[in-house]
Each structure stands twice: as structure tokens, then as C-alpha cells.
Design a protein. Structure first.
Length: 106
């Protein structure tokens, strides 16, 4: 699935099952919540914390939840994530073309 297809499928799902998008501010809060849930799983999987009884290492599920809400926000605000990601690649390539290659820490 392309990013554009993902944006379209989320929009179709919202219209069919979700009635309407939550407000942009509510979705921003939801995104923050989902990033927190992802951070919790990361801390338990790769950090020093352990999973609580009943918790599971659902890293992919949490990443997908973050992506879902980010796509909702893009759709609501008229952002084409494919275009913006391409621009981000160009910016990072110009800025960091030799930065990481010349980093002795890496």
C-alpha cells in the first residue's frame, strides 16, 4: 500500500465507520497518547522495564496506531504525506549528505 492509498483508505474508513474525523486538536491529543503507548512498549521491550501481567509486546500494533492518527491529521489538514515525505528526503539529503558518513561516532 502506498502512502497515498493509506490516506485514502483511512478517509474511507472514517466516512464509513467513524462518522466523522475527531477535531484536529482531539486527534493531536490522540497522537500524543498513541506515541506514549508506543514508548511504553519500547521501554519494556528494549529498556529496563518489564511487562506487567497481561501486557504484550505489541510494537507493530502501536506503530500502526501512531501512523493511523498521523494520517487522520494529514487528511484533515489537507497534507499529502507522499509529497511531504519526498520533500523531507530532499531536505535531509542536502543537509546531511556527508554529516553521518563523516561522524566517527557512527
Amino acid at each position: 500500500m502506498t502512502i497515498q492509498e493509506a490516506q485514502q483508505r483511512v478517509d474511507e474508513w472514517i466516512r464509513q465507520y467513524g462518522v466523522r474525523y475527531f477535531s484536529e486538536l482531539t486527534n493531536m491529543a490522540c497522537l500524543t497518547e498513541e506515541v506514549g503507548e508506543l514508548a511504553r512498549v519500547m521501554a519494556r521491550t528494549y529498556g529496563d522495564q518489564s511487562f506487567k501481567a497481561g501486557e504484550k509486546p505489541n510494537l507493530g500494533e502501536e506503530m500502526a496506531d501512531v501512523l493511523w492518527v498521523l494520517i487522520c491529521l494529514a487528511n484533515q489538514t489537507g497534507i499529502d504525506l507522499t509529497v511531504e515525505l519526498e520533500k523531507s528526503f530532499e531536505k535531509k539529503t542536502r543537509r546531511d549528505a556527508t554529516r553521518h558518513i563523516n561522524n566517527s561516532k557512527l
